[in-house]
Design a protein around this ligand. Sequence first.
Ligand code: PLP
Length: 385
Amino acid sequence: MAKQDQDSFGRHMYLLPSESFSRFSMVAAVNVSRFEGISMAPPDPTIGVSEAFRASTNERKLDLAVRAYRTEELQPYLLNVVKKAEMLMLERGEHREYLPIEGLAAFNKVTVELLFGVDNPVIKQQRVATVQSISGTGSLRLAAELIERYFPGVKVLMSSPSWSNHKDIFNDARVPWSEYRYYDPKTVGLDFEGMIADIKAAPEGSFVLLQGCAHNPTGIDPTPEQWEKIADVVQEKNHIPFFDVAYQGFASGNLDADASSVRLFAARGMELMVAQSYSKNLGLYAERIGAINVVCSSADAVARVKSQLQRLARPMYSNPPVHGAKIVTNVVGDPDLFNEWRKEMEMMAKRIKSMRRKLYDSLTVKDKSGKDCGDLLDEEYSLPS
Ligand SMILES: Cc1ncc(COP(=O)(O)O)c(C=O)c1O
């Protein structure tokens, strides 16, 4: 039997019984891992479903876990505009030097214009601090770090339910959070009254996490009238709206329509934060391209906020990726490619709608329990999740 002991450094060793070889005896020491105290992390709920999908041999399987666009052949889709942008980059022989901490300046310019619209006063008055970050997730996390450091103890309110990663992002950044009612299983729709009541009841000056369009996981978005009322309460309670925009243009097929919630809040002169992602609408998933935008009441505050976002980003990931940032800049910054992108996006949005329709039809045919599956289609343009 092996005996446990400690060596002179206090390390645990298992001492195996010694064996005698003439004058020498041997002691074999097997170090116990220094990582022994680390237990197995639970599997990610979304990734777990995808793994089960891959493992299944059922020909009729459907992967509804990860919100990623697939072709008829169930393959990932590389947008034509992305191919063209990459050809341009190849021709130009683009370098791979480090970007500044804040990212590619040309990317930051086009991304803020895409979000708010070129002529938006917040841009004209230079009231937006934009920092390119690691797609939507990294942008949310960077903003969470900013909240933790400069608004200690201030809560983030998020919808119940919300994208599964939201809670972990704020937990890991040590930002307290609570939920507001959102999905009502009785009506298979938005619990608008509950949502308003919970936002009203939250401590004044909380951050309110809102999904700009194509709410994940419910697919239910407030109507324009409801957005106005949400903005009323947020303003009344002096809360700070924090938008997560992961599907601009990909939800309705129209970039401006999908940004209208964010623009409505900005038009009221509110300070707000927006995490942006190009994973879905340009199919840049693994390129990790996105940005955090903080709308401030003065250009002076913008400079300070931007400096702190960079200060927080530097020890986390140093600087963001260049390849995808150049793809976005080439597509959004070029009128021809931009128009082509809009058409491609419209095509994808239409196909998503028709897939949802097919799924809904087959579910309602198959569901003999009388259960209403209408939530999949209530908001016409969202993705199932
Ligand atoms: C609501 C929401 N926010 C943010 C993200 C982040 O995506 P990414 O980090 O790939 O940009 C996702 C991805 O599914 C999402 O659904």
